[in-house]
Design a protein around this ligand. Structure first.
Ligand SMILES: [Fe+2]
Length: 283
């Protein structure tokens, strides 16, 4: 039994260290179904309350190191216009963004979140829930398990993620707003489906689903194929989340453009590993 893990995850309710236990088998089956159907699955009260407090403290302790990005950005996380594309192309639709990250390289060695991310028990459990094996921890040293900060009035517009799979761990909920919205599987490898993406950007709600996360809940999400956003945070309380991420390619990291725009800096690894993706999707 992993002594520290049991102080973070509610292992009595969710014994993730034993994937053969009946409780976990049933949970994996439910997550498989939801992820296949909706690209998203939530496990309530996964993190214990005292661990949430530790995570909140470690973020608040470094809050002045959070990089806030407020550039206008398109759904593919670029802020540069391409005038060669038709005027109404989704790549030419830029949206207001006000959202920040405490980059993973700023976490203390002994960090609660970093520890959780590095546990094999969690990796294997998530892999089973996704029905995808192997998956890997993200090699990006800034983005792999960053804390996400949305201040009052903050907004995260429609976008696709660079990594295939993310976890969202809500650690502080805003008073109002800050709702996660998503359009399951609107694109797939080799098919950007620009017409449908454009409809959503224009305000069509047909495909849009909402998810209400509570502190301690764990959301598993396929963000590379699912357009998603977070609505404006209302009230005085910021929204805090941690976003540990998993990938299919253990070598890949963010592009230099994404790293600069979202995490505020580019490291040599972003330049060395800046190669085209094999799934044919805009990155
Ligand atoms: Fe995202």
């Amino acid at each position: 039994m992993n002594d520290r893990l049991k102080t973070i995850v509610d292992l009595e309710k969710y014994p993730i260290q034993d994937l053969r236990s009946q409780k976990i088998k049933e949970l994996i089956s439910k997550c498989n179904d939801e992820l296949d159907q909706f690209s998203c699955s939530t496990i309530p009260n996964f993190i214990l309350p005292q661990s949430l407090e530790v995570m909140n403290e470690e973020l608040k302790h470094k809050i002045d190191k959070v990089y806030m990005s407020n550039k206008s950005i398109n759904s593919y996380l670029y802020s540069k216009d391409d005038p060669l594309l038709p005027k109404n192309h989704p790549k030419r639709i830029f949206m207001e963004r006000d959202n920040g990250y405490l980059n993973s390289d700023l976490f203390e060695k002994n960090s609660e979140m970093k520890f959780l991310y590095e546990q094999e028990e969690l990796l294997k459990f998530i892999s089973a829930c996704l029905g995808v094996s192997p998956i890997y921890r993200w090699a990006d040293p800034l983005a792999c398990h960053a804390y996400n900060v949305m201040k009052p009035e903050g907004v995260l517009p429609w976008h696709f993620d660079s990594c295939e799979f993310t976890l969202s761990l809500m650690i502080q909920k805003p008073e109002k707003g800050g709702i996660f919205e998503y359009c399951p599987f609107i694109r797939e490898p080799g098919n950007e489906n620009f017409d449908e993406v454009k409809k959503v950007l224009d305000g069509d709600r047909t495909r849009v689903r909402q998810l209400k996360l509570e502190p301690g809940d764990l959301q598993i999400f396929k963000g590379r194929f699912t357009l998603h956003r977070v609505t404006k945070v209302e009230g005085n309380k910021p929204r805090y989340l941690c976003i540990p991420a998993y990938v299919l390619d253990p070598w890949r990291v963010n592009t230099p453009e994404h790293s600069e725009a979202i995490y505020g800096k580019v490291l040599p690894i972003h330049i060395e590993r800046n190669k085209p993706r094999s799934d044919g999707l805009t990155d």
